[in-house]
Ligand binder design. Structure first.
Ligand SMILES: [Zn+2]
Length: 237
């Protein structure tokens, strides 16, 4: 049984984990969007299962007996990083020895490139001070991001959505159109579509997302199609 199997039910945190198991970006941290434990780490379920352990197991296989700790090579575990690429299994001793090394890290980014896109999309809609508060950065950081003084590199997946597009993404069942299809249609990345759909970005647009649906069986889909056909025939009479 894998650690992932310990997560049951269709809660938002499980959905988020499933959507990020194969997170493609190695170069920056992936921060857990839900509440963190007292140490600043991401955990789920009643027993306090660490999300970093789930991610580490998905990428590296089960923990070897002599290396039981999911260690962050980026040093941002206490900030809630759960990027699968930043995790390796280490012995407790090696993991503890890394702490001072990480403490000396001169620089780390507080926002992800996706959040930079979101911040830029908020320009003119919200006061920089409020944006700073939402993202936990300084007013000055917000000004620098908006002016393109930091994070100015060209991004291929930069796509700012209109309000209509956000509403469409949130209210279209994923059975009907997958994130991949939306991404292709709108010229955005799949990850951006996920974030819009799950209400993690464009939070100011007041439009709740449809709940996450399980894959329906073929029999279920057929029954629904039949019911719909009957309904249409009935309404014509
Ligand atoms: Zn990281």
């Amino acid at each position: 049984m894998s650690l992932l199997d310990e997560l049951v039910g269709d809660c938002a945190s499980r959905t988020w984990i499933l959507a990020h198991l194969d997170y493609p970006h190695k170069d920056w941290c992936l921060f857990w969007p839900f509440a963190l434990n007292q140490g600043g780490y991401a955990n789920v379920g009643g027993k306090g299962l660490l999300v970093s352990r789930i991610m580490c197991e998905h990428r590296n296989g089960p923990a070897p007996a002599d290396k039981p700790d999911a260690a962050h090579e980026c040093g941002n575990g206490h900030e809630g990083c759960v990027n699968p690429w930043h995790l390796v299994w280490k012995s407790r001793g090696d993991n503890l020895r890394d702490i001072p090394k990480h403490g000396r890290r001169p620089k780390r980014y507080k926002v992800t490139p996706q959040q930079v896109d979101e911040i830029r999309a908020l320009k003119g809609r919200m006061r920089p001070r409020d944006i700073a508060e939402i993202y936990g950065i300084t007013d000055n950081n917000v000004h620098q991001i908006l002016k393109g003084k930091i994070w100015k590199q060209e991004r291929s997946d930069l796509r700012i959505f209109t309000e209509e597009e956000v509403r469409l993404i949130r209210t279209t069942s994923w059975q009907e159109k997958s994130a991949k299809q939306f991404a292709k249609e709108l010229g955005a990345s799949e990850y951006q579509v996920y974030r819009v759909r799950q209400g993690l970005s464009y939070k100011w647009i007041d439009c709740p997302s449809l709940p996450y649906e399980k894959q329906k069986s073929k029999a279920q889909l057929a029954a629904e199609a039949l019911a719909l056909t009957r309904q249409m025939l009935g309404s014509q009479e």
